[in-house]
Design a protein around this ligand. Structure first.
Ligand code: NAP
Ligand code: ZN
Ligand code: ZN
Length: 363
């Protein structure tokens, strides 16, 4: 689409101090993404303005575009795996200066006052965190627009420091896929010698393998894609089980911990039955349909089923620092933003190796 045909934002009032931005948006539910012009707020005293360099493509972006979770607001500019460089700061900003490399993940604000915010688990803000896109702005009009765009304004408390030691395009997916897998592995204290299963080898799954293996666990990938076996091993997995093959399934048991990253409706019983006594399965995959949970499978081995959402800001910084220290990054396929709709089609077919990342220079 040519520049002149670009659609204009209707829901975001422009003020004289607003900054012109361009991005890609779904204008209506399930529509293809298309070029979209809108505005970002000029930095307030505690804001930083970021020139976006790369943005990862998360399966949640696709769930949102399709309104799978019934909470989407349009025009919808997805993207919450943002890496960029600070181009301006507000008068009271203390943590960042112009030129700094930074990251922004799934949240851009929270209430800051509730028990959970005070404990640094802003993702569980009792007054709802403000997600990076498709949510009403916490202070001001309009809705939040995500990282499939050239610029973003964000309060410094929700901005992360990014090391210059690692390739930036491979760092971007850490802001969601990284923290979403790191946080439950830490919370449930996965450590050396544990037997860990990772269900689903996509964006989250491949980061789960890397983290669990680096914590010293024995990692088994539970996948529906026979073509991913060699990659699973290269990523650090010790074993690969094709879950559509009964013989292979029989060898998958006695796990201390399973991380379920599957994006589509599936049978939870299959994985729960693989846990040892007192084992835990944490779901981070968020299929649109409710889960059918077999309590018998849990009760008779005192197994636990839990779920987890991203991670807090402090833990996200801890994870980024851990990755910089241990040379952990995402395996990415860098794309032109014009190819985003094709990337979604491939993601739907589980054909991602293992995260698409948009090069924002192509916008
Ligand atoms: P992804 O890259 O598309 O990977 C999902 C993987 O799930 C696929 O590669 C495939 O792996 C497996 N899969 C797909 N359909 C399946 C089916 N019908 N049965 C069994 N396995 C299937 O997606 P992602 O970006 O990693 O995200 C995964 C899920 O996590 C999404 O639902 C996303 O919204 C959610 N998410 C949650 C959080 C959170 O905070 N909780 C954060 C980010 C994302 P195989 O080919 O190996 O089978
Ligand atoms: Zn995500
Ligand atoms: Zn709060």
């Amino acid at each position: 689409m040519s520049e002149t045909n670009e659609l204009q934002a209707v829901s975001q009032p422009t003020t004289t101090s607003a900054i012109a931005a361009k991005g890609y948006a779904a204008m209506k539910v399930a529509e293809n993404l298309q070029p979209f012009s809108f505005s970002r707020r000029s930095p307030r005293p505690h804001d930083v303005l970021v020139d976006i360099l790369y943005c990862g493509v998360c399966h949640s972006d696709l769930h949102f575009v399709r309104n799978d979770w019934g909470m989407s607001l349009y025009p919808l500019v997805p993207g919450h795996e943002i890496v960029g460089r600070v181009s301006a700061i507000g008068d009271h900003v203390t943590k960042f200066k112009t030129g700094d490399l930074v990251g922004i993940g799934c949240m851009v604000d929270s209430c800051r006052e509730c028990e959970n915010c005070k404990q640094g688990i802003e993702q569980y803000c009792l007054n709802m965190p403000t997600f990076t896109y498709s949510m009403p702005e916490r202070h001001g009009d309009g809705i939040t627009y995500g990282g499939y765009s050239n610029k973003i304004t964000c309060d410094e408390d929700f901005v992360l420091k990014v090391s210059d030691k690692l390739p930036l395009e491979k760092v971007a997916p850490l802001l969601c896929a990284g923290i979403t897998t790191y946080s439950p592995l830490r919370h449930w204290k996965v450590e050396a010698g544990d037997k860990v299963g990772v269900a689903g080898l996509g964006g989250l799954g491949h980061m789960a393998i890397k983290f669990a293996a680096s914590f010293g666990a024995e990692v088994t990938v539970l996948s529906t894609s026979p073509s991913k076996e060699a990659d699973a091993k290269k990523l650090g997995a010790h074993k690969f089980v094709l879950t559509t093959d009964q013989e292979q399934l029989n060898t998958a048991n006695n796990f201390d911990f399973i991380l379920d990253t599957v994006s589509a409706p599936h049978d939870y019983n299959l994985y729960l039955g693989m846990l040892k006594t007192d084992g835990t399965m944490t779901c981070v995959g968020l299929p649109p349909a409710p889960a059918q949970v077999p309590i018998f499978t849990l009760a008779f081995q005192r197994r636990r089923l839990s779920a987890s959402a991203i991670g807090g800001i402090a833990e996200t910084q801890e994870m980024l620092d851990y990755c910089a220290d241990n040379n952990i990054t995402s395996d990415v396929e860098v794309i032109d933003i014009k190819d985003i709709n094709r990337a979604y089609e491939r993601m739907e077919r589980s054909d991602v190796k293992y995260r698409f990342v948009i090069d924002m220079a192509t916008i």
